[in-house]
Design a protein around this ligand. Structure first.
Ligand code: SAH
Length: 435
């Protein structure tokens, strides 16, 4: 866990530094040279990303100090377990107890949660997932930014609006300078500490170019970089890590090999998983997950999706709805219900409890804007804001009408901070001091 507030270095332990946040100690891998005890740093995803001057750090900390503890109290209050629910829904209560004592759920047990239909039992599931989230992760909420750097794609994924099969789409590829400016603005104007760079599998962007872009971002800006360019292969993953990327966002989309093959002509689940495992071995933080609402998908498969994410050492689970795009072969497949997605996020919180952050996907917010709050109250503890330049954003049309497509970055930040503060959550990678 990491806060978007500076921490003060207390000491060193091998490659780790010990960082103090208002009396809470955290460990982070240090890749900066010349750090000393007493220095202030920002740490993200377990890595020290930048040093800050004592003056800037102390100003930010004084803004934060009271708020920090106030928010924790609000969250604690809002995530109390319903005694009534616990007395009535004993199976969910027993599974919650199992999770709280550190035991893993079986796939059958996760499936039980996914199959809940009774609205009272479902309410208690969401309440208990929120309780577990608070116990294991306190009130931190990741707020990453995402820059969609190109919508060119060589793949023909059956559900995706930017697939090469959609010949009606206007394509764009941001230049290196345009990417640097988007990143600069996100980091310097808006205070983001962690950014995802995403694109289709763009055949014209060479790995050399990506290596240059990542290393320049790393050199110019103190920010944790996640890459999401599809399957780039082992050697590219290793070069991009050396250039400074520290996270990979790559969903396996479904854990069912046959369904995967039907949706991804010419690709296999095995290759996708090998890529994710390799990234993990290289030291990347992993964001992965699945689409929910795929044709033929069962609750057994979703339980397996959640289990597989755990096996892949997932840092952040990205599990969201399939949304039909009219210019794809799946145009007539209906979208899943909001309730089904929120239930799956709650089940994932039970199954992967202490291990993962779970993301409220833009897909879920597109289905229903108020679902962001619902999901945050059902075990989720991360959001992603779109920091792609406005004139490009609408063209990254993986499905139509994406939430926040037309919202300025500042609007998204203000809305997010207002929501999070109301729930007692502290944004972990967006500095409130900068607002
Ligand atoms: N090339 C990258 C980025 C792909 S787009 C990669 O392969 O990871 C990012 C994500 O958008 C995909 O992982 C997919 O799960 C999601 N996506 C694409 N089309 C979608 C749709 N119609 N509904 C919901 N999510 C979709």
């Amino acid at each position: 866990m990491c806060y978007a507030i500076p921490g003060r270095i207390k000491g060193f332990e091998g490659k780790f530094v010990l960082v103090d946040y208002f009396g809470e100690e955290r460990k982070a891998i240090n890749e900066l040279k010349g750090l000393h005890a007493g220095d202030y740093v920002y740490a993200q995803g377990g890595f020290v990303i930048t040093r800050v001057s004592a003056k800037e750090a102390e100003a930010t900390l004084s803004t934060w100090k009271d708020l920090f503890f106030e928010l924790q109290e609000i969250d604690k209050e809002g995530s109390k377990l319903s005694p009534w629910g616990g007395a009535r829904y004993t199976k969910v209560r027993d599974l919650k107890d199992k999770v709280v004592t550190g035991e893993k759920l079986t796939r059958e047990e996760t499936k039980y949660l996914l199959d809940i239909k009774d609205t009272g039992e479902l309410d208690f599931l969401l309440n208990a997932a929120n309780y577990i989230r608070q116990r294991h992760h306190s009130n931190s909420c990741c707020v990453h930014g995402i820059v969609e750097i190109s919508n060119y794609c060589a793949e023909g994924c059956g559900y995706c609006g930017i697939s090469c099969l959609n010949t009606g789409l206007k394509r764009y590829r941001m230049s290196a300078d345009e990417i640097f400016e988007a990143v600069r603005s996100a980091v310097e104007d808006h205070g983001f500490k962690a950014l995802v760079l995403q694109s289709g599998e763009d055949p014209s962007r060479t790995i050399d170019e990506l290596v240059f872009i990542i290393s320049e971002i790393k050199r110019r800006f103190g920010v944790l970089i996640f890459i999401s360019f599809g399957e780039v292969g082992k050697s590219a993953l290793s070069r991009l890590y050396e250039a400074g990327a520290r996270g990979v966002l790559l969903r396996f989309e479904t854990s069912d090999a046959d369904l995967f093959a039907r949706l991804h002509p010419g690709s296999t689940l095995e290759a996708r998983l090998a890529e994710i495992r390799h990234a993990n071995e290289l030291g990347y933080l992993i964001i992965t997950g699945a689409l929910i609402g795929l044709p033929g998908q069962t609750s057994e498969m979703i339980a397996r999706d959640i289990e597989l994410a755990g096996e892949l050492n997932v840092e952040m689970l990205s599990m969201g709805p399939f949304l039909p795009h009219p210019l794809t072969p799946m145009a007539n497949v209906p979208a899943p219900s909001v309730a089904g997605i929120v239930k799956a996020l709650a089940a994932a919180r039970f199954a992967l409890s202490s291990q993962v952050k779970t993301l409220v996907t833009t897909g879920l917010e597109t289905l229903a804007p108020e679902a962001r709050r619902e999901a945050l109250m059902a075990g989720a503890n991360s959001v992603m804001l779109n920091v792609t330049p406005l004139e490009r954003r609408a063209l990254y049309e993986i499905y139509p009408g994406r939430a926040h497509q037309d919202d300025a970055i500042q609007t998204q930040i203000t809305d997010t901070i207002t929501l999070l503060e109301g729930l007692g959550r502290a944004p972990t990678d967006l500095s409130i001091g900068k607002q």
